[in-house]
Design a protein around this ligand. Structure first.
Ligand SMILES: *Cc1c(COP(=O)(O)O)cnc(C)c1O
Length: 393
């Protein structure tokens, strides 16, 4: 069967590098910083790009190449670069293109460190931005400026789980010749493929669902070949390369991404449905709940609802903190996309530096709790949540 005809699950497993002369079944790790050449001519040709070959692990490595090829196949894009963390990917995806005087249109509820780049770093280099509501793509056109160069968005958003309509965003980017840059970390290519709607760049934190077990940091920028050419130039010479070991581990993890996500999403939907019936809970945010204001859109652009849900406790800020304190099974940690269920209280942690008004604009209420639903038995997760709800007062 031709490789490009293979399906997602098969590509994630069989997209492995060619075997070495040992005929190993599972891909080895290439912990080497550089690679040897037979002779000066071949070395010169490789440096000139006239011969295929690996030069140095800051540029490429068999393990990072394998990971990139797999993720590109899963996202349906041409090329990519792997980075040491998701943030290195986010930064490279923007910094490789933006220059002094440029403007970025960004969805407001964006990952905390992405917000810091836009507000704390880019202004130093003369790059400005405007925040827009993810759920309101129709309004975005009026915020464009003559110097707008890129649209940066996350869908679903963190932690409010609001969606941006990728089809509309893609049309807007096309109409004005802008680069559409989508952080696809929450959905993964198993649930949503932004390139189908015209995204030129897709960034990932491999740290989350891709690894899925809270072990390593890693990131990727993938997308259209001509854009990745720029990203590669930027990354080769600024040095955010992913370590071969982490690339090996992430590539192995991709083999189980589809089955893990099926269960994460099933547990999350069940828990969201259950929470919606609890009197202590004012509101539940989950894309595949019929009560979600963008349920129809979610069904259109996502295969399943994802592993993250958020809910608002009656009793506000203190109730949120007490709920977290009462949890026995779920972990309190600032990660997500793990086999273990994780609870966070955004108002007192990740978003505590925002003003109350800024938090509300980003959809974060004082009593909001975010759960990254794990792979424990559903009844154990539910029982922990039930006893913590009882203890929240
Ligand atoms: C975690 C995360 C990142 C950053 O990834 P790191 O691997 O922690 O650097 C970027 N975007 C989103 C949506 C994330 O959840």
């Amino acid at each position: 069967m031709a490789k490009d005809k293979q399906r997602f699950e098969t590509l994630a497993i069989r997209g492995q590098m060619a075997r070495t002369h040992y005929q190993e079944h599972s891909a080895p790790v290439f912990l080497t910083s550089s690679f040897v050449f037979e002779n000066a001519g071949l070395m010169a040709d490789t440096f000139a790009g006239a011969a295929d070959g690996i030069i140095y692990s800051r540029y490429s490595n068999p393990n990072t190449d394998e990971l990139i090829r797999k993720v590109c196949a899963m996202e349906g894009v041409e090329d990519g670069f792997a980075t040491a963390s998701g943030m290195a990917a986010v930064f490279a995806g923007m910094a490789a293109f933006l220059r002094s005087g440029d403007h970025v249109l960004a969805s407001r509820a964006i990952f905390g460190s992405t917000h810091q780049i836009l507000t704390g770093l880019f202004p130093r280099w003369g790059i400005s931005h405007t925040y827009v509501d993810a759920a309101d793509v129709e309004q975005w056109e009026q915020h464009l400026r003559p110097n707008t160069r890129m649209i940066v968005l996350e869908t679903p958003s963190n932690p409010g789980l609001m969606l941006a309509d990728l089809e509309q965003a893609g049309r807007l980017a096309e109409k004005y010749g802008l680069i559409l840059n989508v952080d696809n970390c929450f959905a993964t290519p198993y649930l949503q493929q932004p390139a189908r709607y015209g995204a030129g760049l897709i960034v990932h934190s491999g740290t989350k669902w891709m690894d899925g077990q809270g072990r390593v940091l890693g990131g990727l920028v993938v997308g259209k070949a001509e854009l990745i050419e720029e990203v590669r130039f930027f990354c080769r010479h600024t040095g955010p390369a992913l370590s071969p070991f982490n690339a090996w581990l992430l590539s192995k993890s991709l083999e189980t991404l589809s089955v893990r996500l099926e269960r994460h999403c099933e547990n999350a939907l069940q828990l969201a449905t259950f929470l919606e019936q609890q009197p202590a809970v004012e509101r539940v945010h989950y894309p595949f709940l019929p009560s979600h204001p963008q349920y129809e859109l979610a069904k259109r652009q996502m295969k399943l609802g994802g592993g993250i849900l958020a809910f608002e406790l009656r009793g506000g800020f203190e109730a949120g903190k007490r709920f977290l304190d009462a949890l026995k099974l779920c972990s309190l940690t600032s990660n997500l996309g793990d086999s273990r269920t994780i609870a966070t209280h955004p108002a007192s942690t990740t978003h505590s530096k925002l003003t109350e008004a800024e938090r509300l604009a980003a959809g974060i209420t004082p009593g909001m709790v975010r759960l990254s639903v794990g792979l424990e038995h559903f009844d154990d997760i539910r029982e922990d949540v039930v006893q913590a709800l009882e203890h929240r007062v």
